[in-house]
Design a protein around this ligand. Structure first.
Ligand SMILES: [Zn+2]
Ligand SMILES: [Zn+2]
Length: 128
């Protein structure tokens, strides 16, 4: 008997988390379920997805790998020129990935090491 794969990969839609375009995100109960679904979607669409644990709902969602950047949850007191807390990335490569994403949107950013040792930050000007 052939397994009906579409039954396995029905994901629940989130009531709390939405994509930038306003669509509810698919919710997975655990990481392996999310990863399985990511693998399946890759075979179907060729789009690589990364599973991540959501800070809002505590469950798992998928994000296109090319837009996924690991962020540090630890904080430092670095702020941007608007006084907003800066995102921190664990490695220069992660930060670089974000630079490339923003570059496509026409925003030039630079990577620099957190002076407080909290990974890497991005800045829009060389003067920080
Ligand atoms: Zn969520
Ligand atoms: Zn910092």
């Amino acid at each position: 008997m052939k397994m009906n794969i579409s039954n396995i990969y029905i994901a629940h839609k989130s009531e709390t988390c939405f994509s930038k375009s306003g669509n509810p995100l698919s919710v997975y109960r655990n990481l392996s379920e999310a990863q399985e679904s990511a693998d399946y979607q890759y075979t179907q669409s060729g789009i690589a997805l990364t599973a991540y644990q959501c800070k809002t709902c505590g469950k798992y969602h998928l994000k296109p790998t090319e837009f996924y950047c690991e962020k540090l949850s630890s904080t430092c007191s670095c702020t941007d020129h608007n006084g907003k807390k800066k995102d921190a990335y664990p490695t220069a490569q992660d930060a670089e990935k974000m630079v490339n994403i923003r570059k496509r949107a026409g925003i030039a950013l630079f990577v620099y090491k957190c002076p407080q040792g909290n990974g890497y930050h991005l800045t829009s000007s060389k003067g920080y």
